[in-house]
Design a protein around this ligand. Sequence first.
Ligand SMILES: NC(=O)c1ccc[n+]([C@@H]2O[C@H](COP(=O)([O-])OP(=O)(O)OC[C@H]3O[C@@H](n4cnc5c(N)ncnc54)[C@H](OP(=O)(O)O)[C@@H]3O)[C@@H](O)[C@H]2O)c1
Length: 335
Amino acid sequence: MAGARPQDGACTGRAREVVTAAMRALRFHVFGGPEVLRIDELDAPAPGDGEVLVEVHAGGLNFADTERRAGTYLADQPLPETSGFEAAGVVRDGPREWVGKRVAFVHPRAHAELCVVPIAKLIHLPDQLDFVTGAAFPLQALTAWHVLHTLGRVTEKDTVLIHAAAGGVGQLLVQLAREAGATVIGSVSRAAKFDVVKRRGAHHVLTRGPEFQQQLRELAPSGVNLLLEGLGADVDALTSLAPLGRWVTFGTAAGQPAPVTLESLYEKSVTVSAFWLRTEMPAHLREHATNEVLARLLDGRLQLETTTVPLEDAARAHRRLEGGLTVGKWVLTLR
Ligand SMILES: NC(=O)c1ccc[n+]([C@@H]2O[C@H](COP(=O)([O-])OP(=O)(O)OC[C@H]3O[C@@H](n4cnc5c(N)ncnc54)[C@H](OP(=O)(O)O)[C@@H]3O)[C@@H](O)[C@H]2O)c1
């Protein structure tokens, strides 16, 4: 199901459906708070070789969007810049075999009505999945898959601690870890987020407060085997982990982590991995993850909790996201 190959083989040449001369894009001209976001009217971009033009219907919001807008994102970025890392829509211009296809993708500048996307990044969106789902899953669900399986190598023998388990990636990790047969412990910042984490299948949910390590010891006396976190700060991984434990870090939602020395890993023989979805990885790993995730979305093993917000309300959505006030995935609607 994954995607970079044309389906109907023989066709070459370009095709173009109706492409408007102008489009709206969510942009920022300076780095700052959500108030710097604005909707600009721009000329429609034109795809080059190996690219298509996608008419975007929905764009997934990610924590990284707020970091990019604030100027704290990992990668360099020019200004003015269009927001967004993922979206779903319909191909309107490009090689004939792609035009008219429903697609999802992870690619920068996705929160615009029209987006040029490399063909290698397109995922065929099955008809059974709507555009909101298509915009909601690629970045978070593929991250969750790779964190849990590619790097975490989860097994049914593992006790897994998932921090910020009610968040977008967090809810997906809980479901996938439970399906893999592991014992799942989720952490949240406040009790109001307990229910959703339980509903997603966690065996236990803990609040990250002063009692956290003590409560964790009651559940996992030697510590957990696998720790998955996108918090960065306030994790105290080496205390939470059991001997020979694995720690996969994938973000800094709570701030920059305290430095970890190699020396400190020896006592428990801990393995540390860091995951970034934009890392170049072998195509078969990408395809495998995409296929596994799509299969689970189609048969209901993976449930997404989505809240839709019109593009005009993007600043409000950014504010809630960076305040840690969202549950599940927020998606901007563009059509
Ligand atoms: N490496 C990658 O390729 C990749 C891909 C996707 C996401 N990520 C990262 O993974 C992390 C989670 O992403 P997500 O999309 O799941 O985000 P999300 O839905 O917004 O969840 C983030 C969670 O982090 C917790 N949090 C703790 N301190 C926070 C703070 N100061 N501000 C905001 N949230 C705070 C909140 O949960 P509690 O209330 O329970 O604390 C919040 O729900 C982020 O750091 C993101 O950048 C990385």
